[in-house]
Design a protein around this ligand. Structure first.
Ligand code: MG
Ligand code: MG
Length: 271
């Protein structure tokens, strides 16, 4: 899907990818602060664009195969790839925001699902499960392991939490000098299967979890993926560098140091 080429990064290149990741982290932070009842997804897109521009970075989403946003804004039953526009957020909604940035030719990519106003316990649990699935996937990555280790960690965790669906048609991906590279990183699979994880590989891990179907339907706008049964969905994503010395979560403000420690996974800084 993303071509056969796996791009291995040097430590200097990873340091530049960290700069891109920190811009993405700043966008995510600004969006968390600005999501509220009555705000439109177009307003959120403008806020994200301002953060990217003021950091001296550029957007990798804007113009991607004709995409018109700096962020993807996916509300409720929208899983991913929602187009920012005039939709106004309502009390009880959940909105997944996905965004990226380019610094000196190197890409970052992350996503988070944010509750709007008073959100039901069921939907808060969906968000928590998705966030935790992301970290279980991250913590399963190590040099010499395989993509399937990550996929399986996500799948096993989600299935252990209840009757959730794992969206199957969209996957994580390699990332570097392009937004989407090999290898694909599915959110379900078998331990030990798939491409090997090498020192200097960077991947975006991004579970998309629903309260129902594992399938997706694309709307007439040719972008927005929604659940066929109308069940609500959440999305969480980080860009993760895999090295001999440990992992670095390039789009997390602290590089993943705190969460990786909770899993006893070695952390390496590229700050
Ligand atoms: Mg993304
Ligand atoms: Mg991605």
């Amino acid at each position: 899907m993303f071509g056969p080429k796996v791009e291995i990064k040097t430590p200097a290149q990873l340091a530049t990818m960290r700069q891109a990741g920190l811009v993405v982290a700043a966008v995510i932070d600004a969006l968390k602060q600005n999501v509220a009842v009555g705000v439109s997804t177009a307003e959120l897109d403008e806020i994200a664009h301002d953060v990217i521009r003021s950091a001296g970075a550029t957007s990798n989403f804007l113009g991607y195969h004709g995409f018109t946003g700096v962020i993807c804004a996916s509300v409720n039953e929208e899983i991913v790839h929602g187009i920012p526009g005039q939709r106004i957020l309502a009390d009880g909604d959940i909105i997944s925001v996905d965004c990226g940035a380019i610094v000196k030719g190197w890409h970052g990519d992350a996503a988070v699902t944010i509750p709007v106003g008073a959100v039901s316990r069921k939907n808060l649990d969906l968000i928590d499960t998705t966030n935790e699935a992301l970290w279980r996937g991250i913590a399963a990555a190590r040099v010499g392991g395989s993509i399937g280790d990550i996929s399986n960690a996500i799948e096993r965790f989600v299935k252990g939490q209840g009757a959730y669906g794992i969206t199957q048609v969209v996957t994580g991906h390699g990332i570097g000098t392009e937004l989407h590279q090999a290898p694909e990183v599915p959110n379900f699979g078998r331990r030990g299967k798939g491409p090997k994880l090498a020192d200097g590989l960077v991947i975006a891990i991004e579970p998309m979890i629903t309260l129902g179907s594992s399938k997706a339907v694309i709307l007439e706008d040719e972008w927005t993926a929604v659940t066929p049964d109308g069940s609500w969905a959440a999305h969480a994503e980080h860009t993760v560098a895999i090295t001999d010395k440990g992992l670095s979560v390039l789009t997390d403000p602290d590089g993943g140091e705190a969460r990786l420690a909770s899993f006893d996974v070695p952390f390496v800084s590229f700050d």
